[in-house]
Design a protein around this ligand. Structure first.
Ligand code: ADP
Ligand code: MG
Length: 306
C-alpha cells in the first residue's frame, strides 16, 4: 500500500497506517484473532461498529447485485486454495456440498449481533480495501487534508485533486500484460479494479482459474471479462461492485450501470475490447490503441436500438 498526502505532517500518515492496521485486525480472515475469524470459528459475535457497517453494506450490495457479490464464499475459496496457495480444482460433488452452505441470506445482522449458520464462513475480501480507503479518506478530511492519493493494492482513492489543482492521472492495468491499458483522470473519486489476473493458477487441465468465484457455480467466474474498473464516490461500493460486475458479465453490468446511475466503468473483454461508459468520455485515454479497440456505452441508448 502507498499512502501519499500533501500539506500534513508525518503523524497524519502514521495515523493512517495505524488505522489501516486496526481495520485489518478486524476484517482479516486469516488472522485468528480478527473479528471475522472469531465469527467464522464461533458462529456469532457482537461486532464492532466497523464490522457491523461493512457487513451491512456487503449484504445490501449482495441484494442489489442479485447475489453476484456473496461474502459467504470463504469455504469455497479455501477449497480452491485461493486462501493458502495450495491450489486445486475441487470435484463437482464437493463444490455442490460447500455451495449449499454458502448463502449470504443466512447471515443474521441484528441489534443483538452478527450470526452465521453452521458450516458458513465470511470473507470481506471483495470490499475491505475499499471500505478501508473510505475510512482513511474521512480521517484525512478531518485533519484538513485536501489532496491525497491512496493506493491500497490496486484500489485507488483520490482525495481532492493534485496539490496544483489538476486531476490525478490514474493508470488502469493491462490485464493481458505489463503496464497500463489506459489512464483515467479523476479527483475526489475511488478507482477500483478487479480482474482474473490478480490471483490465479493453471490447472492440470491447462485452464486458468482465478480468485473471483461465481456464487451460482462455486467456480471462477467466466463472464467474458478480463477486468472491471469502477469509478465512483465511495470506495467500498466501487470495490464491491468491481467484484460483482466481474461475475455478472458485460450485459448485466450494462443494465446495472444504467439503472444505478452513480458510477462509471472501464471493462476489458476477452475479445480485446475496452468498454468505457459515457460519463468518462472526456477523462479516459486509451494507452494501447493497437492492442485494444475502444467502445463507449451511452446511458440513454434504448436497449432495442443497440
Ligand atoms: P482483489 O482483492 O484482488 O483486489 P476483489 O476486490 O475483486 O479483488 O476481491 C476478490 C476477493 O473477494 C477474493 O479474493 C475473495 O476473497 C472474494 N470473492 C471472490 N469471489 C467473490 C464473490 N463472488 N463475492 C464476494 N467475494 C468474493
Ligand atoms: Mg472488489
Amino acid at each position: 500500500m502507498t499512502l501519499r498526502a500533501y500539506g500534513c505532517g508525518q503523524e497524519t500518515l502514521d495515523g493512517l497506517k495505524a488505522e489501516t492496521e486496526r481495520l485489518e485486525g478486524l476484517f482479516s480472515v486469516t488472522r485468528p484473532d480478527s473479528e471475522i475469524a472469531r465469527l467464522n470459528a464461533e458462529g456469532s459475535i457482537v461486532p464492532s461498529a466497523d464490522v457491523r457497517d461493512a457487513v451491512g453494506k456487503a449484504l445490501a450490495l449482495a441484494q442489489e447485485s442479485g447475489g453476484a457479490l456473496d461474502i459467504a464464499l470463504y469455504p469455497l475459496l479455501t477449497e480452491w486454495g485461493f486462501t493458502t496457495g495450495q491450489y486445486q480444482v475441487p470435484g463437482a460433488e464437493r463444490i455442490r456440498e460447500l455451495l449449499a452452505a454458502a448463502d449470504w441470506r443466512q447471515i443474521e445482522l441484528s441489534d443483538a449481533g452478527l450470526r452465521i449458520a453452521p458450516g458458513m464462513a465470511l470473507d470481506l475480501g471483495s470490499l475491505a480495501k475499499g471500505y478501508t480507503a473510505d475510512v482513511l479518506t474521512k480521517r484525512l478530511k478531518e485533519a484538513g487534508v485536501t489532496s491525497a492519493l491512496l493506493d491500497l493494492g490496486g484500489n485507488i482513492q483520490a482525495v481532492g485533486a493534485k496539490p496544483d489543482g489538476s486531476s490525478w492521472q490514474i493508470g488502469i492495468r493491462d490485464p493481458q500484460g505489463e503496464g497500463h491499458l489506459g489512464v483515467v483522470s479523476a479527483a475526489d473519486m475511488a478507482v477500483v479494479t478487479s480482474g482474473g489476473y490478480e490471483r490465479y493458477f493453471t490447472g492440470e487441465d491447462g485452464r486458468v482459474y482465478w480468485h473471483i468465484l461465481d456464487p451460482a457455480t462455486g467456480c471462477p467466474a467466466r463472464s467474458g471479462l478480463l477486468s472491471v474498473t469502477v469509478i465512483g464516490s465511495e470506495g467500498w461500493r466501487c470495490d464491491g461492485l468491481s467484484t460483482a460486475l466481474f461475475v455478472m458479465g458485460p450485459e448485466k453490468a450494462r443494465e446495472h450501470w444504467r439503472q444505478a446511475g452513480n458510477y462509471e466503468l472501464v471493462l476489458v473483454t476477452e475479445d480485446g475490447e475496452v468498454i468505457v461508459t459515457d460519463g468518462l468520455a472526456g477523462s479516459f485515454t486509451l494507452s494501447q490503441p493497437d492492442k485494444y479497440t475502444l467502445t463507449v456505452w451511452k446511458r440513454d441508448t434504448v436497449r432495442n436500438h443497440d
